[in-house]
Write a protein that binds this ligand. Structure first.
Ligand code: PLP
Length: 369
């Protein structure tokens, strides 16, 4: 099977380096928020070209901590997309604020700025822009829209590690960016981990407090915090894997370039290509088709695994029943949820495997009307 994740095909040297890093942590006898975390935070901030990185337990917490660092909570509204991992919406709810869902641009799956403007009210404090699938687009327009509305731009970078527009990395366009290092992400830990990045010393300081029970000095708690500490083992392993991020991203981009050029089945629609290759790190390569079940079954028969990101628009989640949306509804998100399919695009795919995926997609013949 040509699979969506290629951990078992990774170069064996990665495991060797991870074992060395693990041993170092074990022999240090220091396991939470120590030197490895400080070192990883510094490396990740440098990688993103941003002043502060704060390691936390996961991507959901990173978003919640950003919101809470900005003082966003009960009585405030935060606009985001329904086409995301549900964690984005949960972070808003957990901050105490009210989520409002805007529609997407069907050509990219990204938030639609016109729909966002229809969602703005007196209570709106922020937009969480999700760089879905790994793409960073039109950031100057987003920055100026949020500035003109007087609201914060927060970036959900859980799928876009290292994506850049005009040389600037995601996470540094708005007030702060949230990263997930869930194992399957472009930079993944060996378990749960996350970080937020920001150029604001205030947000970074608040975040450091919030992640550790709201502690300022030992046993002194000035705010009601949470336990969202990054552990030394994950921080050490992330440093190893960060060394491979650029080459793995380049491979994802090469694979995507072939898909964009060689998939030519009229029954399958490609999303818009990035204007510049660095704007898309292809965490996922999504296509759309009216015959998704058939295409998925055909690809399975041809030995190609696929997944759906995401089959349920957030407003259709039972847990989120009654959530506020664009007054004109979310027709594009609903259609995308019914038609999108993610093809394997992971960095361990071989050239023949990429060719096999392309042939399998191109040989698909939809049945019925
Ligand atoms: C877009 C997006 N936001 C947030 C998250 C949450 O990250 P985590 O699973 O680390 O909490 C994810 C992870 O799936 C994601 O894809």
């Amino acid at each position: 099977m040509i699979s969506m994740n290629g951990f078992s095909q990774e170069p064996p040297e990665i495991i060797e380096a991870e074992l060395v890093a693990t041993r170092k942590v074990l022999e240090s006898h220091y396991y939470v928020l120590g030197g490895q975390v400080v070192e990883f935070e510094s490396q990740w901030a440098d990688y993103c070209g941003i002043e502060h990185a704060v390691g936390v337990a996961n991507g959901l917490d990173a978003l919640e901590i950003i919101l809470r660092s900005l003082g966003i909570g009960p009585g405030d509204q935060v606009i985001t997309t329904p086409m995301t991992a549900v964690a984005t919406v949960l972070a808003i709810l957990r901050s105490g604020a009210t989520p409002v869902l805007a529609d997407i641009d069907p050509t990219t799956g990204l938030l639609d700025p016109e729909s966002v403007q229809r969602c703005v009210t007196e209570q709106t404090r922020a937009v969480i822009l999700v760089h879905i699938y790994g793409q960073v687009r039109n950031m100057a327009a987003w920055v100026s829209l949020c500035d003109s509305l007087g609201i914060a731009l927060i970036e959900d970078c859980a799928q876009s590690h290292g994506a850049k527009e005009a040389g600037t990395s995601c996470g540094s366009f708005g007030v702060a960016g949230a990263f997930s290092f869930y194992p399957t992400k472009n930079l993944g830990a060996i378990g749960d981990a996350g970080a937020l990045v920001t150029n604001s010393a205030d947000i970074a300081e608040q975040a450091r407090m919030l992640r550790n029970y709201g502690q300022t000095n030992r046993y002194e708690h000035s705010v009601v915090g949470m336990n969202s500490r990054l552990d030394e083992l994950q921080a050490a392993l992330l440093q190893v894997r960060l060394g491979y991020l650029d080459s793995f991203t380049q491979r994802r981009q090469e694979i995507a370039a072939r898909y964009l050029l060689e998939i030519d089945n009229p029954a399958v629609t490609l999303l818009a290509a990035p204007l510049h290759p660095s704007e898309h790190v292809y965490h996922l390569f999504a296509v759309t088709t009216d015959r998704r079940d058939q295409l998925q079954g055909h690809l399975r028969d041809q030995g190609v695994e696929t997944l759906i990101h995401y089959p349920i628009s957030a407003d259709h989640q039972v847990a989120l029943a009654g959530i506020a949306t664009d007054p004109k509804g979310l027709p594009h998100a609903h259609r995308h949820a019914q038609t999108c399919l993610s093809l394997p695009c992971q960095p361990q795919l071989t050239d023949p495997e990429v060719g096999a995926v392309i042939s399998a997609v191109n040989s698909f013949v939809p049945q019925g009307s």
